[in-house]
Design a protein around this ligand. Structure first.
Ligand SMILES: [Zn+2]
Length: 555
């Protein structure tokens, strides 16, 4: 997602054979390998079928969620996240069970279930305190928008509310007919319901997302929205059909703003499809909404804050950012929150790649220069690494580390291995983890394979250490060798970094020559720049293309 300020694997363990013969407590299930324990060990929800009845007035909803569950380790209790709402009944394989309720969990006994796949049906009612934001807008209209990031879906969806457990979802929503219901996936049905005496007309709307997505992206909108078709211009770039259907849903008073910045939406989908892979979902809708974020990348149904629509100030950058998330964050999802840069850093950098493609190199350099300045100023960059395993406040992960420094890390990776190996590596990382989960090492291995270079040092220095390089440079002309000798000294605050550094030398005749030197992770480096010059140069510039996350001072 993006802040309102401008800037602002799947578990691959197979089902454990013979699981029913040795049912024990969940404490017997241990995480495998390194890293934190899985969120709900041994359990994988593969599908949610959620039916909601929305009221004419007020915020009380009635819900029925049918979860298709797979168990791959001995687990005798299914623990679902659900905050506060009243649970009326729970069925396992359609038989009622006695469940236990806490303020935030529903514990469902599954010890007697035979087999490794079963269904769990939860009927529930109440007013969600968060997650599904029900409100009456300034024009007196009832609206509801899902807004789940990071773990607020549990306020209205009984779920395994963690990015590591992805599932397909079907939404069946019954609501007053004056509201339009939009959700993830493909529209399957819009059916007027039989009229009931004394009640307003109601419509049943059904949407189906057939690709697994994390719960934090599962949303509906129900509001008096009008539909604007952006057409099928993005053709030849869809995973589902050759053309990606895009549309915008807005409140009626925003209609004359369209297409506005959404005129660029087809070219964004085309660019990212060319760079990475076909668009991963059934359609892409853009919605004016009540999200607390500037934009929220819900799969196939991006929600944007309404204020920029009302003020007519919405810019294409946020659209590029949320659109890029459809590939990175949505289709390939970080398995742990501490790796959220795999979502936000990618969206930040792909927004810059859109600028590079459509506004040119100089606009791209300006963008990277600006984000670099933001990184230098951010206290969290100086104190914490991008992969921040100690941060337990998930909202605090929405910071300059995850966004700008994550994006800058991709920029430097591209510089290090070159465009061809960089994009080949990103494509293979994407295709290997599409509709599943990944961690940073999956990206590292993909780019190591595409570039043929070990990159552990690179990911460690930029993502697992706080800070950035602080460099002072000097140079002199050695007339005997006819070479420039450059010295690079690195500050001690964050330690020394290893990086390639481009040097641009303007010769006595005013012509520019470039060479790239390898700066090792040492305090002081002296390098002979491999360019022959017949006379002392007029000037030497370090990092002219804005490719190193370093402050530069000349001595
Ligand atoms: Zn984002």
């Amino acid at each position: 997602m993006r802040n309102t300020i401008r800037w602002k694997r799947r578990f691959t363990q197979s089902v454990v054979a013979g699981v029913v013969s040795c049912l024990t407590t969940t404490s017997m299930v241990r995480g495998q390998g390194t890293g934190p324990l899985p969120y709900r060990p041994g359990i994988d929800v593969t599908d949610y079928a959620i039916t909601l009845d929305l009221p004419q007035r007020g915020a009380s909803i009635e819900g029925r969620a049918v979860l298709s569950v797979r168990r791959w380790a001995p687990v005798d209790t299914l623990v679902l996240d659900l905050v506060e709402l009243r649970v009326d009944s729970v069925l396992v394989d359609e038989k009622p069970v006695t469940f236990a309720r806490t303020d935030s969990l529903v514990r469902v006994p599954i010890a007697s279930v035979v087999g490794d796949s079963f269904s769990v049906t939860v009927r529930y009612t109440g007013e969600p305190k968060d997650g599904l934001i029900v409100r009456t807008d300034s024009a007196g209209r009832w609206t509801a928008f899902g807004d789940n990031w990071p773990n607020r879906a549990r306020n209205w969806i009984p779920s395994i509310d963690h990015p590591s457990d992805k599932a397909t979802v079907t939404w069946t929503v019954r609501a007053p007919s004056e509201r339009r219901v939009v959700a993830n996936g493909e529209l399957m049905e819009e059916t007027p319901l039989p009229a009931q005496a004394g009640s307003v007309p109601r419509t049943l709307t059904r949407w189906r997302e057939s690709r697994p997505i994390p719960v934090y992206l599962m949303v509906i909108a129900a509001a008096p929205l009008v539909y604007y078709d952006l057409g099928r211009e993005g053709c030849g770039v869809g995973e589902f059909s050759s053309c990606v259907r895009q549309s915008v849903y807005v409140f009626p008073e925003s209609r004359d703003f369209l297409p506005g910045p959404f005129v660029h939406a087809p070219e964004m989908v085309r660019l990212f499809s060319e760079l990475i892979a076909p668009f991963p979902y059934e359609k892409l809708a853009h919605l004016e909404s009540s999200t607390r974020y500037g934009g929220m990348e819900n799969a196939g149904a991006i929600f944007y804050a309404d204020a920029p629509f009302r003020r007519r100030t919405m810019q294409p950058g946020v659209i590029a950012h949320e659109t890029a998330h459809q590939w990175f964050g949505d289709a390939v999802t970080e398995r742990e929150w501490s790796h959220v840069w795999l979502s936000e850093g990618f969206a930040t950098y792909f927004e810059a790649l859109w600028v590079e493609r459509f506004a040119g190199d100089s606009a791209f350099r300006d963008e990277m220069r600006q984000t670099r300045q933001q990184i230098f100023k951010a206290p969290e960059v100086a104190s914490r690494p991008v992969i921040d395993t100690t941060q337990t406040d998930l909202m605090a992960l929405l910071n300059t580390n995850s966004y700008q420094k994550g994006g800058w890390t991709l920029h430097m990776l591209r510089t290090l291995v070159g465009d061809s190996a960089f994009f080949r590596g990103l494509r293979s990382y994407y295709l290997a983890n599409r509709h599943s989960n990944a961690l940073t090492d999956d990206l590292r291995r993909a780019v190591e394979a595409s570039s043929g270079r070990p990159l552990g040092w690179f990911f460690d220095q930029w993502l697992r250490r706080p800070g950035f390089a602080e460099v002072s440079t000097s140079w002199r002309y050695d007339a005997a060798q006819r070479r420039v000798i450059a010295t690079v000294a690195q500050g001690t605050r964050f330690g020394a970094y290893r990086f390639p550094l481009t040097v641009a030398i303007t010769d006595a005749a005013g012509k520019e020559h470039r060479a790239t030197i390898d700066v090792p992770a040492t305090a002081n480096t002296t390098v002979i720049v491999p360019l022959q010059l017949d006379a002392a140069p007029r000037g030497v510039a370090f990092d002219p293309d804005v490719r190193v996350l370093a402050t530069f001072q000349s001595r």
